[in-house]
Design a protein around this ligand. Structure first.
Ligand SMILES: [Zn+2]
Length: 398
């Protein structure tokens, strides 16, 4: 199994300066290589390839020993490959008859990652293994940077990346041969409904994560963005407002990840079989336009709650959650089944009657035939579980 780990770095001031310089030099290299390709193409109609640029790197490093020469040859090659990928994607789109934008120069805010393609080559994970309590990663030209390693790393470290997010630095490890860690059998199955009021509701009636803290961050972010829009270009206040928006974005991402990890863990610990919605279908069916009710509010189709910024955040949240859940399920040896969510929210889980009138409000389900009353998300989760178990049964019979 392959998986990646992301840990917060704890750089000293000196490290942070070196990391910033390292990132900036990689960005300069990227932009110079892009400029090279552009002029060669514009002036001579020649396409420059990765191989040529990579060969030239040797001379650039030799002539600039205190600059580009400080960093890892391999991480610089990875940066050139990144540009090459951008060009390949560009040419593929041209070939497909579209008119794509030419690969762009990267501004300071648009270049945040350096990759070392192989552990031990210009970088070393766990560079001070004899240290009793702390973990370090050594990066060429930067030094041994302390890592907040909040969980053990399993498998073989393949690539090491460093990413800047706002004022924080992270190290991302991509590992191969990560052993699965099966959990004890529980004999239980569960259906889950992905929602707005709660990220996940189970068929047993448990809301697993309350994204209210996420909504608070989202509101703050929206306010910061409005604030930013009023600031004059080039002003100090604008620069500060930009930093605030970036920090809040990062906070939203962290909170979303944290909530998703906790909810996913609770599920794989508690159940052998987990049935969820097929998100590709969900996103298509749920993207209904909100209907104004004429009083400044919205009809209870969830349009208000599921639109705008909040909507975007939750949207991304479902995808992130299901990705995390599928990794955890695989690692724990659990079965994850995705089902088409059509009608699961309007079908009665007791008698099977399906009508949109069953759904009285966003939160309440009341069957117009048998009178069954339930929390709407729990009712949907039960239907999802049933659909998943039927699918499993059918697969076994086949
Ligand atoms: Zn019913």
């Amino acid at each position: 199994m392959r998986r990646s780990y992301k840990f917060l770095l704890r750089p000293t001031v000196r490290h942070a300066i070196a990391l910033t310089t390292c990132l900036d030099d990689h960005r300069t290299l990227y932009n110079a290589a892009l400029e090279h390709r552009r002029t060669a193409y514009a002036k001579a109609g020649v396409s420059v390839r990765y191989g040529e640029q990579s060969a030239e790197l040797k001379y650039i490093r030799a002539e600039d020993t205190d600059g580009q020469g400080r960093w890892s040859f391999s991480s610089q090659q990875a940066t050139l490959r990144r540009l090459d990928k951008a060009f390949q994607a560009f040419f593929a789109r041209v070939k497909a008859g579209r008119t794509p934008g030419f690969p762009r120069f990267k501004g300071k805010d648009r270049f945040d990652t350096i990759e070392w393609p192989r552990d031990g080559d210009g970088c070393r994970w766990d560079s001070q293994p004899e240290h009793p309590s702390a973990t370090y990663v050594r990066l060429q030209g930067v030094g041994h940077v302390r890592v907040h390693r909040h969980r053990p790393v399993r498998g073989t470290v393949k690539t090491i990346s460093v990413k800047r997010e706002g004022s924080r630095w992270y190290v991302i490890l991509s590992c191969d041969d990560v052993p699965a860690e099966p959990l004890p059998v529980t004999g239980k199955a569960v259906g889950i409904d992905l929602g707005v009021a709660s990220l996940v509701t189970t068929s047993d009636g448990d809301p697993l994560d309350n994204p209210r803290h996420l909504a608070v961050s989202a509101d703050r972010l929206a306010r910061a963005q409005r604030d930013l829009a009023r600031k004059k270009r080039g002003s100090t206040r604008r620069r500060k407002a930009v930093a605030r928006v970036a920090a809040l974005h990062a906070q939203v991402r962290r909170r979303r990840l944290d909530g998703a990890h906790k909810a996913a863990l609770a599920l794989v610990v508690g159940y052998d079989v987990i049935v969820c919605e097929d998100l590709r279908v969900t996103n298509m069916t749920r993207r209904a336009a909100p209907k104004p009710d004429g009083e400044g509010g919205y009809l209870p189709n969830g349009g208000a709650a599921k639109s705008g910024l909040n909507r975007g955040i939750l949207d991304a949240g479902w995808g992130v959650f299901l990705t995390i859940l599928s990794h955890k399920a695989e690692s724990a040896g659990r079965e994850l089944i995705a089902v088409n969510p059509a009608h699961t929210s309007r079908t009665c889980s007791r008698c099977g009657h399906c009508a949109k009138e069953n759904r009285r409000t966003q939160a309440e389900f009341a069957c117009t035939v048998c009178g069954h009353i339930a929390h709407a998300d729990v009712n949907a989760a039960i239907n999802i579980l049933r659909a998943g178990l039927a699918l499993r049964e059918a697969a076994r019979a086949a």
